[in-house]
Design a protein around this ligand. Structure first.
Ligand code: AMP
Ligand code: GLY
Length: 436
């Protein structure tokens, strides 16, 4: 089977890596660290299956365009992608479906929004209605900061049109969990739970990011919890989508909070999580291409099977992220990290280094050349974005996986590189407490 993966981040590298176990893979646009990358748009690539990674092309209707040409596509159409494209619409759908979620209001007028803030407790949550690359959520106890955010969002100053409508929510607290379900329009199967680290700083401080690391499995998420989320959230959501005439084929990613009142859905995403994909997918025993093709065809019938291994991924970011990031620095050590047992590097914000005139430069030309050899035969890679790469470690326990991930991180360097040192630590200390 030939699979076309759309996107160019760490998630798409993980998709290409795992799909590459059984298929020929082409990635558009990919990046200089993903073998099989091409600038040719998806519409012009011949493939048996198209897997759309990021939310933006889904919201813009790429899946619809490809389906209109008779292609087999894993990813919802623009109708279903509204779940992520408009948080206001998503919250309204959750309420209709009876899915537990934070109390909220949606506003386009600052005065009304500020009045709603008066009705909330001590924790204020302000979200852009539209897409903001994972950065449009402010969670604060500082009322003055909340007021300022409401004004900056609604005026368009902070996030342009994405923030002119805001969703304001009551603040919840508790551990978070990401559950990704594969849907075929009617049926859904759940992938292994993962925990993501959204804040930029160790100890969960500082601004929200796209995600600084993740691990799977999650000791706090036994099968009974997964079943509860499927029963109370994912399946009612899929039924509500169907009721509205939406044939949802793709990932339904539930961002959950385990509150003292039970599990609540913070948000839905319409795609694999990044960096959750970098820990969930490598652990999968099934043929991923077969599963995604079944879901895309409306005939999902296999159950996901997982290795007993754990996986931990650590995102290495450029200096300045999640603000404007320093770029253009030469990256060292990816090959050495990839050569270490149980370590895989997934590239995101990278570009090919400029090659000196006359120097030999060979781009990899097929995925079959092997994912681990990468594009490093040319001039090497330089940083080209905020989240530059993620290093996944796999091992027989979370502690072993974590050690391998950080061992890989230690082999990679560039000026100003930043990573969190506490990824998966909570999962391990929880394990230790349980076994004590
Ligand atoms: P979202 O993109 O909606 O998942 O929000 C990003 C992050 O903001 C979540 O992972 C939580 O850490 C935090 N967050 C979102 N909604 C709430 C809420 N109602 N209460 C507390 N924290 C929240
Ligand atoms: N890791 C969070 C996300 O993919 O939205």
């Amino acid at each position: 089977m030939r699979v076309c993966v759309v996107g160019g981040g760490g998630r798409e590298h993980a998709l290409a890596h795992v799909l590459g176990r059984s298929c020929e893979v082409v990635v558009t646009p990919g990046n200089a660290g993903i073998v099989g990358s091409t600038p040719v748009p998806a519409e012009e690539i011949a493939a048996d299956l198209y897997v759309i990674g990021p939310e933006a092309p889904l919201v813009e209707g790429l899946a619809d365009k490809l389906r209109a040409r008779g292609k087999l596509v894993f990813g919802p159409g623009a109708d279903g992608a509204r779940l992520e494209g408009s948080k206001g619409w998503m919250k309204q759908l959750l309420v209709s479906a009876g899915v537990p979620t934070a109390a909220h209001g949606t506003f386009s007028e600052a005065a009304q929004a500020l009045k709603f803030l008066d009705t909330l407790g001590d924790l204020f949550v302000i979200k852009t209605d539209g897409l903001a690359a994972g950065k449009g959520v402010l969670v604060t106890e500082d009322r003055a900061e909340a007021d300022a955010a409401v004004r900056d969002y609604i005026s368009g100053e902070a996030f342009g049109d994405a923030g002119r409508r805001v969703v304001i929510e009551e603040g919840l607290s508790g551990p978070e969990l990401s559950l990704l379900a594969l849907c075929d329009g009617n049926r859904a199967v759940c992938l292994a739970p993962a925990q993501d680290f959204k804040r930029v700083g160790e100890g969960d401080v500082g601004p929200n990011t796209g995600g600084m690391g993740a691990y799977s499995p999650v000791p706090q998420a036994p099968l009974s919890l997964v079943e509860e989320v499927m029963e109370r959230a994912v399946l009612p959501t899929l039924a509500e989508l169907q009721k509205r005439g939406i044939d949802y084929r793709g990932v339904l990613y539930a961002g959950l909070m385990l509150t003292t009142e039970g599990v609540k859905v913070l948000e839905y995403n319409v795609r694999f999580g990044d960096p959750e994909a970098q820990v969930v997918l490598p652990r999968l025993h099934n043929d991923l291409a077969e599963m995604l093709a079944q879901a895309a065809a409306g005939q999902l019938c296999v159950e996901p099977l997982y290795s007993d291994d754990a996986a931990v991924t650590v995102v290495c970011a450029a200096q300045g992220y999640p603000g404007s990031a320093r770029v253009g620095d030469a990256i060292q050590g990816i090959e050495a990290a990839n050569a270490s047992e149980g370590v895989t590097v997934f590239c995101a914000g990278v570009a090919s280094a400029p090659v000196a005139v006359g120097a030999p430069h060979k781009q990899p030309d097929s995925f079959a050349e092997g994912d681990k050899s990468l594009a490093l035969r040319g001039g090497g890679l330089v940083t080209a974005g905020g989240r530059v790469l993620s290093v996944t470690g796999q091992g027989p326990s979370l502690a072993a996986a974590r050690e391998r991930a950080y061992g890989g991180v230690a082999q990679i360097d560039w000026p100003g590189r930043y990573f969190r040192g506490d990824i998966a630590w909570a999962g391990i200390s929880d394990n230790l407490e349980r076994s004590a």
